[in-house]
Design a protein. Structure first.
Length: 232
């Protein structure tokens, strides 16, 4: 006699939490995420289907395999993972569990997901993040990004939180940890022309930081002995 797992038929898709690294395509036209464990080599979009990371032909999730997307039930459990050194620059994701799933004591393993919200932690200097900047590593064709304040961006490849949300699409909402609050009903903070005050302030601060950095570089080029200075 074969034991079968009980089947659930929820009235609405379950919600879960996980952590991931935000990524930006090499040409800067697409944004997504990459996992922190088994599936880290395969970046995924806001709305994505899971596949077996071992290349097997069965559908994910399979009972005799550990493939599929993973998330936990409790937000605090996911936030605790951000305390480890290797995960300090990851972001917290709130996801909607879609398709087939297997429920565990602490979370789900499932076939399809939609990332609803990405929350960026503080910059390495401790300030509230205003952008996602090149973390110095990545995957083929993808740059991994890390939360950064406007002052620490400098000349690195970066996008503001609102710009990352627009590139990722599918209604993704990206917020800084200190600003993690729900928008008013009927608003879309990721749509062009409908940015709120915090998003506009972050955009302005990021642009000012880049301008300050370029002005510093120009000033150095004009100094005696600089690349653009006169040679004696």
């Amino acid at each position: 006699m074969r034991l079968r797992l009980p089947e659930e038929r929820p009235t609405e898709p379950p919600t879960g939490y996980k952590i991931a690294h935000p990524v930006l395509s090499q040409d800067g036209t697409r944004a997504g995420f990459t996992g922190v464990s088994l599936g880290g080599a395969l970046p995924y979009g806001v709305l994505a289907d899971a596949s077996c990371v071992y290349g097997l032909r069965h559908g994910a999730p399979h009972r005799r395999c550990d493939c599929g997307f993973h998330c936990v039930h409790d937000r605090g459990t996911a936030e605790a993972l951000l305390c480890t050194a290797e995960h300090r620059t990851a972001v917290l994701l709130e996801v909607v569990v879609l398709g087939r799933y297997i429920r565990f004591e602490r979370g789900f393993r499932y076939a399809r997901q939609r990332v609803r919200t990405a929350t960026a932690g503080p910059c390495a200097c401790g300030a509230v993040a205003a952008a996602l900047a090149d973390a110095g590593w990545g995957r083929p064709g993808w740059r991994v990004l890390a939360p950064s304040c406007a002052g620490c961006v400098r000349g690195r490849t970066s996008v503001s939180l609102a710009a990352f949300a627009r590139l990722a699409g599918e209604g993704l909402r990206v917020v800084a940890a200190a600003e993690d609050a729900r928008p008013a009903a009927g608003t879309d903070p990721t749509a062009a022309g409908s940015l709120g005050v915090p998003e506009l302030v972050a955009e302005a601060a990021l642009l000012q930081a880049r301008l300050d950095w370029f002005q510093t570089q120009l000033a150095r080029l004009g100094e005696p002995g600089g690349r653009g200075g006169r040679q004696g």
